[in-house]
Write a protein that binds this ligand. Structure first.
Ligand code: SF4
Ligand code: SF4
Ligand code: SF4
Length: 161
């Protein structure tokens, strides 16, 4: 017979607290203690970006699409895990790594074209193609730049100021 309480303990241990889960969480560090894995948020997501992540807990996957900040995940959740809609959704920010094509002198501006917040600007540099510069203060962590990047060079994660 399967010991469900032991399995639950194991899945909670397998889940990481620093994973970017969902917008508007009251207390991201306590999420895995309070989420019942009912999957109502997965069914409700506007862009279907919520997947079962580590330990079976929901998390956003920007390789699928962006977050539109529709608040449907929060509305659908039966647990008191989410803050009111008027609060800022999260502190998540994008970071571009050195796999970026432009950094290897190959012309690409896909991420900047997708960014509604104008957080990614391209600057001309002598002897190189235009380079992306990410203005962290303007980034809302929507993830729209992630799936369009041909080299998977952008990660969105919790930002510690
Ligand atoms: S706010 Fe909307 S698009 Fe973003 S994760 Fe929640 S349901 Fe999905
Ligand atoms: S889409 Fe990716 S490869 Fe292209 S400029 Fe942006 S980070 Fe670089
Ligand atoms: S996460 Fe959204 S706001 Fe931030 S740089 Fe990417 S597209 Fe722009």
């Amino acid at each position: 017979m399967v010991d469900l309480s032991r399995r639950r303990l194991f899945t909670r241990k397998a889940a990481r607290n620093d994973t970017l889960r969902l917008p508007w969480l009251n207390a991201p560090e306590r999420f895995i203690d309070q989420c019942t894995q009912c999957e109502e948020c997965l069914k409700a997501c506007d862009t279907q970006i919520i997947v079962k992540g580590d330990g079976g807990f929901p998390q956003v996957d920007f390789s699928i699409d962006e977050c539109t900040f529709c608040y449907q995940c929060a509305s659908a959740c039966p647990e008191p895990l989410f803050a009111a809609e008027q609060n800022e959704p999260w502190q998540a920010k994008a970071v571009i790594n050195d796999q970026c094509l432009a950094q290897q002198n190959v012309e690409c501006r896909s991420c900047g074209e997708m960014c509604d917040s104008m957080a990614i600007q391209f600057r001309l540099e002598v002897g190189r193609v235009a380079q992306p510069k990410l203005e962290t203060n303007q980034c809302n962590g929507c993830g729209a730049c992630v799936s369009v990047c041909p080299t998977s060079s952008i990660n969105v994660s919790n930002h510690v100021a």
